[in-house]
Each structure stands twice: as C-alpha cells, then as structure tokens.
Design a protein around this ligand. Structure first.
Ligand SMILES: [Zn+2]
Length: 126
C-alpha cells in the first residue's frame, strides 16, 4: 500500500513544520499519473492523522490531469496513461509535462494557535 507511506510522510512533514498548531485544512496535489489513488490517501489520512495535530483536518485533494509532449512531432496532448503514446503519430518518444504532481499545496492552521511568539501583548497593569 503505497498510499500509506506517502500519507505518513505528509502528516509528519506538516506536524514538524507547524509544531503544536492545530491543522484545520490540508490541500494536496495528486496528479492523475502519480499512481496514487486519492480515496486511498483519504482513508490512510484518517488513520495516520489520529492523535496528531492533523486529526479532524479537512483534506482536499486536487487532481491535475495528465499532459504530455511528443518529441517526434511536437504535439501536446492530454493523457491518462503513465507511459503514453502520441495521439498524433503513435510515437513513444514522449515527455510527460503534468499529472505526476505529488505535493502539499496548502496547510491552514487554527489562527488561535498560530500567533508568533513575539506578538505584542496589550496587557495593562491598571
Ligand atoms: Zn507525435
């Protein structure tokens, strides 16, 4: 299960970056050609996030479509294949331009927990 190790990496990266701030929303980008199944990532996330600051965070997943460029005839085309052939000339000399993304696009934390340590405190001694 590839998704489990990926999800563990995502959660541990976020918890290390964000410290103790409670994570409200996570936006991932998982390309159509990445080989990962978004539903499986969601399932693993529930498990992996339990007991961490990511627990109950809203998980959003963007799925950029596959795009490829043919080096033989120069045409660009959309694809859902990991190893596509050119639509126009059937060449296999292909450069994949998009759809293999796998990254954390956005993390939103609870504002109450995200205050910088050096924020001015307006405390009066009246
Ligand atoms: Zn071509």
């Amino acid at each position: 299960m590839h998704e489990l190790s990926i999800t563990q990496t995502v959660v541990s990266t976020i918890t290390q970056r964000m410290g103790t701030a409670r994570v409200r929303r996570i936006r991932l980008e998982i390309g159509k050609l990445s080989g990962l199944v978004p539903d499986a990532v969601r399932f693993c996330f529930e498990m992996v996030a339990a007991g961490t600051t990511c627990e109950h965070a809203l998980l959003e997943i963007d799925e950029p479509p596959g795009r490829a460029h043919c080096r033989s005839c120069g045409s660009d085309f959309a694809t859902s294949e990991v190893l596509p052939l050119c639509d126009a000339c059937d060449s296999a000399d292909i450069a994949v331009l998009g759809g293999t993304e796998l990254r954390i696009k956005e993390v939103e934390v609870d504002p109450a927990c995200a205050q910088p340590a050096d924020a001015p405190t307006g405390r009066g001694s009246g």
